[in-house]
Design a protein around this ligand. Sequence first.
Ligand SMILES: [Fe+2]
Ligand SMILES: [Fe+2]
Length: 302
Amino acid sequence: MNAPVDRSSFAPGFDQRASPPTSIVVRDLRFGRGREGGRKVGRWWLNGDPVATAWHNALSATFPRGEAMFIESVKAFREGTPPRLAEEIRAFVKQEVNHTREHLAFNRAAEAAGYDLSRIDAHVEKLIADVYEQKPIAWLGITMALEHFTAMFAHEFLANPEHFYGGEVEQAELWRWHAVEEIEHKAVAYDTWAHATRDWSRFKRWRIKSLLMLLVTGRFIKHRSLDALDLLAQDGITGWPARARLARYLLVSPGILRRVFPHWCAYFLPGFHPWKLDDRALIARYDAQRGHAPRTVRAAAG
Ligand SMILES: [Fe+2]
Ligand SMILES: [Fe+2]
């Protein structure tokens, strides 16, 4: 279903489709802390499955540094943005800061369960240092591509609850919460990029955006797979059996990479905008299931 388009608050000449009149809500929640400041999580917290656990632990290990880069990339271009987009950037930053805090706690729980995440962290630090060697507009283009990845995964996580069946409750709830907020702010980096490149030709904007997505995709799949294999090796699962089990998990069952492939392709279509996939119903369902209003509300709607 196509989202309604509201261009009213965007600057003249800003020719990207605006986001739908939705709100970016900062749900300042905490997960897995417990009264005593935390509880021990099972080593294979996701359905007793080392492969599913390794994939999600590998993703989580990248979030603190990765989301800090997303924030810096978007903030670098917030000056002069239309009021509605400026509001959305502020809400985006608050959401990502909270995500980082909770994934740091999640990562500490993974370390307490026996995993060494230090190699992954050093690896991510190096990859991000390489990004900062480029111009700020490239940071933003890379962030925009990675935000499309998080939005695709978030949609899958919420639309197909099987991804977290059998998961420890607090751990799974963290991922659901993160997914909801990633959908909510999925267009912020995109709209910031569109504003920052408003003087470019449509073709140049499409070409650079597409090239960066191809680059990001290759690196994302390669590096996150290597990180997951690092964690599986810590469980004694190595070599071809580890690769085969990870490939089956990602491509066959539940097959997250296979399932998001159509959404990934859509990124290259002329006229693409993240809200062309209007999945606000997933957010509404989450909030209804939680049964109460979020603690802090930041309405960014125009
Ligand atoms: Fe996030
Ligand atoms: Fe995000």
